[in-house]
Design a protein around this ligand. Structure first.
Ligand code: KIV
Ligand code: ZN
Length: 385
């Protein structure tokens, strides 16, 4: 069983979610929780972006002791200097430097030839290594890059001293099979690849960020980059909780584990949602309000007999106290009776049948049945606790 490192980028790529702006105190609160969750590396920000971000990264870096702290820089000296300024007092500083490698980005955004991009990448890593002992290098828009060019530039930056090579699917364009093949190809064709670890970084534009990240792991990635609740640019990044729980539940298949304390997931998700103002959709895997809620009679009956019939993840695994049997028009008599007994009511079968009939009529008219609705029905039928 190998261990995959988790690089959480909630405080950097996650903060790039439209409408999100975290102040220093908020970043510190999230960073402390990420440290409790056990992330191996946290990307705290982009110090060259603003004085405020530099200050926030500096504070996070000075407080966090049990995770490595990293910060982003473009391939120029002033960005790298700003990142060093922010990270120099950190216990385990890491620089994350990037440059785009796709023809689209090189031509229109950077206005550089491929050779100039290789030169800039190599110079930036060499410069960074004078300050940082760990330098992570990213090929922005790697998945729309020419694979031979990617192979060449990766070899050069490893020679220049990069210890982590990140292959971002910047625009969420790739699918799991293709993404996996890039990792296999690089492992087999970059001669010095053993001197670095490979990392995956996926965006969710086509809804495949988590599947792509898992495919990268299957094909030799030893680090995945992700965010809490999958927040991030546009459709967001791969969500940390989904990757971590998929690895844990399907350990038999992936043969890989993380250092995360999974039972911190729910609290971390709630904190990030509250401080960013980005609500978690109710049906979101692992952390959505409905992730452990059963509504239909067939499912409720199954879960009451044996939880594993419809629950592959135990709520306790991710820090949720228990599952929920939600009463609605699809609910069955078994779940209804169970609900009444949890409220302290144990009517005889006849009374259960009568009140259940009334409950079904009401449930047909209402979207959600509340505890008050059930209590009112019990009072109507003169049922005492
Ligand atoms: O998506 C991306 O390409 C990035 C890089 C800066 C790593 O976030
Ligand atoms: Zn990104």
């Amino acid at each position: 069983m190998r261990t995959v490192d988790i690089l959480d980028t909630t405080l950097r790529d996650g903060e790039q979610t439209a409408g999100v702006n975290l102040n220093t105190e908020e970043k510190i609160e999230i960073a402390k929780r990420l440290e409790k969750l056990g992330v191996d590396v946290m990307e705290a920000g982009f110090p060259a972006a603003s004085k405020g971000d530099l200050e926030a990264v500096r504070k996070v870096a000075s407080i966090v002791k049990n995770s490595s702290v990293t910060a982003l820089a473009r391939s120029n000296k002033s960005d790298i200097d700003a990142a060093w300024e922010a990270l120099k007092n950190s216990a385990e500083p890491r620089l994350h430097v990037f440059i785009a490698t796709s023809p689209i980005h090189m031509t229109y955004k950077l206005k550089k030839t491929p050779d100039q991009v290789v030169e800039a990448a190599v110079q930036s890593v060499r410069y960074a290594r004078k300050k940082f002992s760990v330098v992570q290098w990213s090929a922005e828009d790697a998945c729309r890059s020419d694979l031979l060019f990617l192979t060449r530039i990766v070899e050069k930056v490893i020679d220049a001293g990069a210890k982590v090579i990140n292959i971002p699917d910047t625009v969420g364009f790739i699918n799991p099979e293709e993404y996996g093949k890039i990792f296999t190809y690089l492992r087999e064709n970059v001669p010095n690849i053993d001197r670095a670890i490979l990392s995956a970084h996926c965006h969710d534009d086509l809804g495949m960020a988590v599947a792509n990240s898992l495919s990268a792991i299957e094909n030799g990635a030893d680090q995945v980059e992700c965010t809490i609740n999958g927040i991030g640019e546009r459709a967001g990044n791969a969500s940390l909780e989904e990757i971590a729980v998929a690895l844990a539940i399907r350990e038999d298949f992936y043969q890989a584990k993380t250092n995360l304390k999974l039972n911190e997931i729910s609290r971390t998700s709630q904190l990030v949602s509250r401080l960013t103002g980005i609500a978690v959709p109710p049906n979101k895997a692992v952390v959505g309000k409905n992730a452990f809620a059963h509504e239909s009679g067939i499912h409720q009956d199954g879960v009451l007999k044996e939880k594993s019939t419809y629950e592959i993840i135990t709520p306790e695994l991710v820090g949720v106290p228990s599952n929920q049997l939600v009463l609605g028009k699809h609910s069955g008599r078994h779940a209804f009776k169970n609900y009444l007994s949890k409220l302290g009511f144990h009517p005889d079968e006849n009374k259960v049948n009568n009140v259940f009939e009334e409950f079904k009529k009401l449930a047909d008219r209402k979207k959600e049945m509340t505890e008050e609705d059930i209590l009112a029905l019990l009072i109507d039928h003169r049922i005492q606790p």
